[in-house]
Design a protein. Structure first.
Length: 327
């Protein structure tokens, strides 16, 4: 027998709380998928109380870890089909730190007690795997992608399905199809809200996300310089034209503190984002400094928001404002 068969047999020896049948026979679990000793199981929770689900998960883990070769059990709960809250994190242009902000916003929301998720909608330039330090390939069970788990959030990216150095030279329809797979054809379970790391610009892909998947709000990231703010205004206009509320603007790379003397300089200017917010009548969500600690932590796959210190404080302050806006 294969390892999957051994595990399936062990799981089918657990009685479903409602029918009394084995979990696979009762369609509570599909046949398990095992990769590198990690078993991924999608548990249907329909009709079960929270306590019953927790007890069932405990029994599943006990049965699974008793199978030779299985070193870990990953359980993803299904959820009743409902509208998840999607938060679009966007910028009018690239290079302003949008992906870093999106990843840390998701981690910050999770630290506030939410079951937050993150989708890398920047198909041509996926950076979420690097930002989260995830090197494993995403798995599929019953033709549904299983989000990866890292730093308290669930995440998916095309970068979790292809080689790191491979160029993604896809035309519009393929990009739209990939986005739909990440958003609609994945087993997100009870994940809510989901932060969308949008590609830069205001073109077809942005319109596809906005019109088809309807974010509950948009967060715009910009540096303080005029060139970035011009494009940020265009991004705001796109969301307003499509009736997506603007949660607010974030000023990234706001100021640089000299590590030797502590003097703060502003290589990209200062106050431009806050001034733009006042002009356009949208909330100002806060500033994130130009800080080498943020850069090194991001490159290492450890989002600053997951730790402590002034860098984490900056992201957590923004996460609190976004959480309050969600209600």
């Amino acid at each position: 027998m294969t390892m999957e068969n051994d595990l399936a047999s062990a799981l089918d020896g657990i009685a479903d709380p409602l029918t009394g049948k084995g979990l696979l026979a009762a369609n509570r679990l599909p046949p398990p998928v095992i990769r590198d000793g990690v078993a991924t199981l999608v548990l249907a929770v329909d009709g079960l109380s929270g306590d019953a689900v927790s007890q069932l998960e405990t029994r599943i883990r006990e049965a699974g870890t008793g199978v030779v070769g299985v070193r870990d059990i990953r359980i993803v709960r299904t959820a009743e089909r409902r509208q998840r809250r999607l938060i679009a994190v966007a910028s009018g242009k690239g290079g302003v730190g949008k992906s870093t902000v999106a990843a840390n916003l998701a981690v910050g929301l999770a630290r506030l007690g939410m079951k937050a998720g993150l989708i890398d909608a920047d198909i041509h330039g996926p950076s979420v795997p690097t930002l989260l330090g995830t090197k494993e390939r995403a798995q599929a069970v019953d033709k549904k992608l299983i989000p990866m788990e890292a730093h308290g959030i669930r995440a998916l990216s095309v970068g979790m399905m292809i080689d790191t150095d491979r160029a993604i030279a896809w035309r519009g329809p393929m990009v739209a199809g990939a986005l739909n797979q990440l958003l609609a054809d994945a087993e997100w379970g009870d994940t809510d809200p989901i932060v969308l790391d949008m590609p830069p610009g205001t073109g077809d892909i942005q319109l596809t996300v906005v019109q088809k998947h309807r974010p509950v709000g948009a967060v715009i990231v910009s540096t303080p310089q005029d060139l970035a703010l011009i494009d940020a205004r265009r991004g705001i206009d796109l969301f307003r034209q499509t009736n997506v509320p603007i949660i607010g603007l974030i000023e990234n790379m706001s100021g640089y503190a000299c590590p030797s003397c502590g003097e703060v300089s502003h290589p990209f200017g200062s106050g431009g984002v806050e001034e733009t917010c006042a002009q356009l009548g949208v909330p100002f969500l806060g500033r994130v400094p130009l800080d080498i600690a943020i850069r090194t932590a991001s490159d290492a796959g450890t989002p600053p928001a997951a730790g402590e210190g002034p860098q984490a404080d900056a992201f957590m302050a923004i996460a609190r404002q976004v959480s309050a806006a969600l209600g």
